[in-house]
Design a protein around this ligand. Structure first.
Ligand code: PMP
Length: 369
């Protein structure tokens, strides 16, 4: 049997939320609610669907590797130079490009404990050393601690803001201070996959560190990654993007696969950007779902972590039992990676949220007040 490189064997395997089709097949169920992957439960813009249909006749041709039209649309939407953007096959693709461009076995990567697992995976694949900074007992993250942990070897810092799975986010003021103090030879990756859900709640807009409006924050090595998978509802098409100084984008372009973003994803993203009403609707409904679930958790004495995203992490005594029982009852949620007593539920439509609570009730989580 052929052997892989030694360091590959130490890399954790990414375990996605179970696909609906798989649960149906394995458990013989016909009705499934998937609240496992922080997708948009309201679908996507109708304009996206029409554009994808129109584009389908061209799928025998390679896509535009430079994403000309999408680049124009996004650059005017964000009010940022076209050469400060790069697109990925999901934002995961960009995280991978960052690791391939900047990390090797001599590099050290910093991330908080319980961050998005992909940072660890892409860094370890490069043979880099990953240092996880402990979070506080309420899952908050101390950015000063992160600063103090930087060494001569630190090359990249990955921060998901908001964090998946905990839902915690650092606020603008502390983030400004952190960015100001990061040494120039360290690259900070701010992963804003849930930005649209969080932006009204005092979190920083990473664009300000890339294209500083506030001159007190000097230009730094910052890459902001975002995605169309969440509030825009395009998870199945795989498209994300990053914003950085053009010199950093030029480096990433060297490791980007030639046609990494497909035709359907490109036209879909253009239409999705144009339909901000759909995004606003999704964010508003998410707020309602969040309040509903908070209340239901509180009534049942279930501890949860307040979230800035479209998912909530909550605590139970036996997470495995609860996860498996919900699954058998047709509700797919997600274990929180590395946190034995916690589960993560994506906020769904109100109907889905109610079903989830009904099924929890069946497992004995009754109202206490
Ligand atoms: N970052 C975070 C924090 C995420 O939760 C996710 C999706 N689970 C991603 C990045 C990757 O998303 P995508 O590749 O779909 O853009």
């Amino acid at each position: 049997m052929i052997k892989p490189l030694d360091h590959i064997l130490n890399v954790p395997v990414y375990k996605p939320g179970k696909p609906v089709e798989e649960v149906k097949r394995e458990l013989g169920l016909s009705e499934i609610i998937k609240l496992a992957s922080n997708e948009n439960p309201f679908g996507c813009s109708l304009f996206v669907k029409k554009a994808v249909e129109r584009e389908a006749v061209n799928i025998n041709r390679y896509p535009d590797g430079g994403a000309f039209y999408l680049r124009k649309e996004l650059s005017s939407f964000l009010e940022i130079d076209e050469n400060q953007l790069i697109f990925g096959n999901g934002s995961n693709d960009i995280l991978d490009m960052i690791a391939r461009a900047f990390l090797d076995k001599n590099s050290e990567v910093l991330m908080f404990q319980y961050s998005f697992i992909v940072y660890k995976i892409v860094s370890l694949l490069q043979g880099a050393t990953v240092k996880e900074i402990p979070v506080e007992c309420d899952f908050s993250r101390n950015l000063e601690k992160l600063l103090e942990s930087i060494t001569d070897k630190t090359k990249v810092i990955f921060i998901d803001n908001p964090c998946n799975p905990t839902g915690f986010a650092n606020k603008k003021e502390e983030f400004d201070e952190f960015i100001k103090n990061v040494p120039d030879n360290v690259l900070v990756v701010i992963d804003e996959a849930y930005f649209e859900y969080a932006k009204e709640h005092g979190v920083p807009d990473g664009l300000n560190y890339v294209n500083p409006i506030n001159p007190k924050i000097p230009r730094k090595n910052v890459i902001v990654t975002r995605t169309f998978s969440k509030a825009y509802g395009l998870a199945g098409l795989r498209i994300g993007y990053a914003i950085a100084q053009k010199e950093i984008i030029e480096i990433l372009e060297r490791v980007r696969q030639p046609f990494n973003v497909n035709r359907l994803a490109q036209v879909a993203a253009i239409e999705a950007l144009k339909d901000q009403k759909f995004v606003e609707f999704s964010v508003k409904e998410n707020e309602k779902g969040k309040e509903f679930l908070y209340e239901e958790f509180e009534k049942r004495g279930i501890h949860f972590v307040p979230t800035y995203g479209n998912f909530i992490m909550f605590k139970v005594d036996d997470a495995k039992m609860v996860y498996e029982n919900l699954l058998r009852n047709g509700v797919v949620i997600r274990p929180a990676f590395g946190l034995d007593n916690y589960l993560r539920v994506s906020i769904g439509t109100m109907e889905e949220n109610k079903k989830f609570i009904e099924k929890l009730e069946l497992l004995g989580f009754k109202c206490k007040i």
